[in-house]
Design a protein around this ligand. Structure first.
Ligand code: ARE
Ligand code: CA
Length: 482
């Protein structure tokens, strides 16, 4: 369950938060496929409660009312069409699977596909689930439970969301049927929402009943779904991420916290010389890595000064480090603009999501940020693909916040997060030639719209990165020669 089954030569996925299926299909064909993206985490595709009383917040999608594939993102036919078209473009789809719970209790009770529920009786006819399918008697997780009481974290309600009992055969089967339906439609794997709140033994039973990936969508025979489990573990709790790594991959929240701290100048970049398990991070192959996610970019989930698109220069620096460094399986965040942390995606007065528009410079409009379309970000996705499995080598630092390293003989990257300029002759490990820096510009034909870097026969080149430049990164790789 730890292999994303990317098409060959690809390495990075992006979370297209709240995007519609038709828009994702187009994005696979016009941008993600050609640019070398490996996959997409989509918002939950199953029917959720429509919460008009809170102006249709983004978080209504974490309140399942049935497993029918009908949401604001689209219906089942649109879903199937998206998966087909994305797989054809070489881009995999990973589903955010909410299997810990159903909705909380609300006055309104109609789902995005028209299903209803009787919350007071734990009755969800759209599945169907009834009272016997939930943990009983019901209780709600309190903050201090995380420090003491694993049974309460797993058997009580997370924020009042009705807590399913995955220990029962019936619930397991409903969940497995839902996930196998998605596998049959061609998805490559799952994010397991709130995995901390489910017993590892129950999850193992569920994972082991999943079908192999659908060979009609280009997966090798016998391929198991990629599974990454959302377990927030910054230390100090009774439940640890290590209880889940024997099952499948795990979201590594320490990754974005530490890199945000470093690129925010709370820690010197030179210390990143031993980035990886030496920092208390998971083993690389177990680790789904990211800077921000849809929760912590807006202060939900585990908080703490996470960099986002709002601090663009520092953020692009942290993202470039994530993508340049061999550790982990990276995931990018692609956001809609927000000020109110509860607000849903751009929508019209009927609650329909408004599609992103695409500007002539490739950026998005209509309220969508589309970090994945920022040159400094998609260029580093290509860098990572070029670097492949090569190790990091030739680390250099100035004893402060200027660092540089190579990836085999395929890539070289430098960072300057100091208040003074970087001007150094450094080993790039690349064959002699003139390269286009893919951060300050990009290669177009035999031209370069950014800085040029000349690598000598000894592999060395003069690198200059001013403290006041628009970006703090310089990156060159095989394929960026001009
Ligand atoms: C909403 C309302 C609530 C209301 C509830 C029920 O905000 O006021 O009571 O509905 O009706 C998201 C939002 C929630 C939202 C929920 C359902 O963030 O605000 O509740 O959707 O609509 C814990 C979990 C972790 C979880 C985070 C948010 O361990 O799994 O909390 N993250 C996932 C998703 C979220 C989603 C859910 C789970 C629910 O990524 O987007 O919630 O499906 C410490 C612990 C962490 C803990 C954290 C916060 O750091 O280590 O484990 O995270 O505190 O409590
Ligand atoms: Ca639970």
């Amino acid at each position: 369950y730890k292999n994303p089954h990317y098409a060959s030569g690809r390495s990075t996925m992006v979370h297209l938060f709240e995007w519609k299926w038709d828009d994702i299909a187009s994005e696979c064909e016009r941008f993600l496929g050609p640019r070398g993206y490996g996959g997409i985490q989509i918002s939950p595709p199953n029917e959720n409660l429509a919460i008009w009383s809170r102006q249709r917040p983004w978080w209504e999608r974490y309140q399942p009312i049935s497993y029918r594939l009908v949401t604001r993102s689209g219906n089942e036919q649109q879903f199937a069409n998206m998966v087909r078209r994305c797989n054809d473009a070489g881009v995999r789809i990973y589903v955010d699977a909410i299997i810990n719970h159903m909705t909380g209790t609300w006055n309104e009770n109609t789902g995005t596909g028209g299903s209803t529920a009787d919350f007071g009786n734990w009755h969800y006819p759209g599945v169907p689930y009834g009272r016997n399918d939930f943990n009983w008697p019901h209780c709600v997780i309190q903050g201090h439970d995380y420090g003491c009481c694993a049974d309460r974290v797993r058997n009580c309600e997370l924020s009042g969301l009705k807590d399913l009992n995955q220990g029962t055969e019936y619930v397991r089967q409903m969940i497995v049927n839902y996930m196998n339906h998605l596998i049959s439609l061609g998805v490559a794997g799952f994010r397991i929402d709130a995995a901390k709140h489910m017993w590892p033994g129950d999850l193992r039973v569920i994972y082991d009943r999943l079908h192999n990936l659908n060979t009609a969508h280009g997966f090798p025979s016998g391929a198991r779904p990629y599974i990454y489990q959302e377990v927030i573990d910054l230390g100090g709790e009774v439940i640890s991420r290590d209880e889940y790594t024997s099952l499948a991959a795990v979201t590594e929240f320490k990754f974005g916290m530490e890199l945000s701290r470093a690129f925010n100048r709370g820690n010197q970049l030179r210390w990143l010389v031993n980035w990886g398990p030496a920092w208390g991070l998971l083993a690389s192959g177990d680790s789904l890595t990211f800077i921000d996610n849809h929760d912590n970019q807006r202060g939900h989930g585990a908080g703490g000064n996470i960099l986002t698109y709002k601090q663009a220069k520092q953020y692009k620096g942290a993202i470039a480090f994530m993508l340049a460094h061999p550790y982990g399986w990276p995931q990018l965040m692609s956001s809609f603009d927000f000020h109110d942390t509860e607000a849903g995606p751009p929508m019209d007065s009927s609650g329909n999501i408004i599609s992103p528009s695409i500007n002539s410079d490739q950026s998005c409009g209509n309220g969508w940020i589309c970090e994945h379309r920022w040159r400094q970000i998609y260029s580093m996705v290509a860098f990572r693909n070029q670097a492949g499995n090569s190790a990091m080598s030739n680390w250099w630092d100035n004893g402060s916040n200027q660092i540089a390293f190579c990836r085999g003989n395929a890539g070289f990257v430098a960072f300057n997060n100091d208040y003074w300029d970087l001007n150094q002759t450094l080993q790039t490990c690349l064959p002699a030639g003139t390269y286009c820096d893919v951060i300050s510009g990009e290669k177009s034909g035999n031209n370069c719209t950014g800085k040029r870097v000349t690598v000598g026969n000894d592999g060395r080149a003069h690198i200059s990165l001013g403290a006041n430049e628009f970006d703090m990164v310089l990156a060159i790789h095989t394929g960026s020669e001009v």
